[in-house]
Design a protein around this ligand. Structure first.
Ligand SMILES: Nc1ncnc2c1ncn2[C@@H]1O[C@H](COP(=O)(O)OP(=O)(O)O)[C@@H](O)[C@H]1O
Ligand SMILES: [Mg+2]
Ligand SMILES: [Zn+2]
Length: 234
C-alpha cells in the first residue's frame, strides 16, 4: 500500500476519528519508513526481491526458504528475530532487504539500519539532543528493524579484528536492549558467526540468539554468489 492509492485516506494521510478530529492514517508510517530507506540509498521499489535469490546449494536453499517462511508467517505479535550470518557474498543483504520490501508491501513499517552509517550518524549527532533522540528512537521503536552488516568494522577475512567499542555501548546497545525488552522484530545480517558474536559479548549474543530461536542462517565458505554465478544454475 502506498499513500497515493490508499483507500482509507485517499492519499491525504489523514482520516477522521470517532471524535470527529483528524488523525494520521495507517499508511503514513509505512510511507515514512519507505522514505527513510531512500535516505540510506535503498529504493524499496528497485531493490532485489526474495524471488530473484537463487538457492544453489544447501545453505542458500535453506536461507531462501527461511526468508519466504519469515514473510509468510510474519505477525507483529510474534517477535522471533532472524539472523543471517557468514562471509560476504552469501546474499545476506539481498535477502534482508527483500524481506523488508515484502513486509512494506504488506503495510508493515520496516526501518532499514545499515550498521556502520547509522553509527556514524548517531555519533555525529550526539550533541544535538533533540535530533539524536529522533534518530535513535526511530531505530529503537521501529515495528520491524533491519540491521545490515552488524559489527562490520570488527571482521576481516572471516576473523575478528576488533572488539566492542565505547561507541557501540553508548549508541548501539540501547537500541538492541530496547528491542529485546519490548519484543520488537529485528532482522540482523552480519559477517560474524554466532561464535564470533559470543566472543564479542557473550551476554548480548546470548540474548540475540535466544530472540531468533531457530531463525538463524549460516552461510558457509562456498556461498559467495559472485564466484558461483557461472558454475551453478537454479
Ligand atoms: N543466491 C543468490 N541468488 C541471486 N543473487 C545473489 C545470491 N547471493 C548473492 N547474490 C547477489 O550477489 C551480490 C552480493 O550479495 P549481498 O546480498 O550483498 O551479500 P552479503 O550481504 O552476504 O555480502 C548481490 O548483488 C546479490 O543480489
Ligand atoms: Mg551485505
Ligand atoms: Zn492512508
Amino acid at each position: 500500500m502506498s499513500t497515493s492509492n490508499c483507500t482509507k485516506c485517499g492519499g491525504t494521510t489523514w482520516v477522521l476519528n470517532e471524535y470527529g478530529s483528524y488523525k494520521r492514517c495507517e499508511c503514513y508510517e509505512v510511507s515514512k519508513a519507505k522514505e527513510l530507506w531512500g535516505n540510506y540509498g535503498v529504493d524499496p521499489k528497485e531493490i532485489k526481491k526474495i524471488n530473484t535469490y537463487k538457492g544453489y546449494n544447501q545453505d542458500t536453499k535453506i536461507a531462501k526458504k527461511m526468508a519466504i517462511d519469515y514473510v509468510y508467517n510474519f505477525s507483529l505479535k510474534d517477535s522471533t528475530w532472524l539472523l543471517l550470518t557468514g562471509k560476504h557474498g552469501g546474499g545476506k543483504t539481498h535477502l534482508s532487504i527483500g524481506i523488508g520490501a515484502a513486509l512494506l508491501d504488506k503495510g508493515i513499517p520496516v526501518v532499514y539500519m545499515p550498521y556502520i552509517e547509522s553509527m556514524w550518524e548517531l555519533k555525529a549527532n550526539a550533541m544535538d539532543n533533540e535530533y539524536y533522540l529522533k534518530i535513535i528512537n526511530r531505530f529503537k521503536k521501529a515495528k520491524v528493524l533491519i540491521i545490515d552488516d552488524l559489527f562490520k568494522d570488527k571482521v576481516a577475512n572471516g576473523k575478528l579484528i576488533a572488539g566492542i567499542t565505547d561507541t557501540d555501548i553508548k549508541h548501539f546497545y540501547p537500541i538492541l536492549n530496547y528491542r529485546i525488552l519490548n519484543n520488537l522484530q529485528t532482522i540482523i545480517s552480519t559477517e560474524c558467526t554466532p561464535e564470533m558474536l559470543i566472543s564479542l559479548d557473550e551476554a548480548l549474543a546470548g540474548r540475540m540468539i535466544y530472540s531468533c530461536k531457530k531463525n538463524i542462517v549460516k552461510f558457509s565458505e562456498n556461498c559467495d554468489y559472485r564466484l558461483k554465478e557461472y558454475e551453478c544454475g537454479d
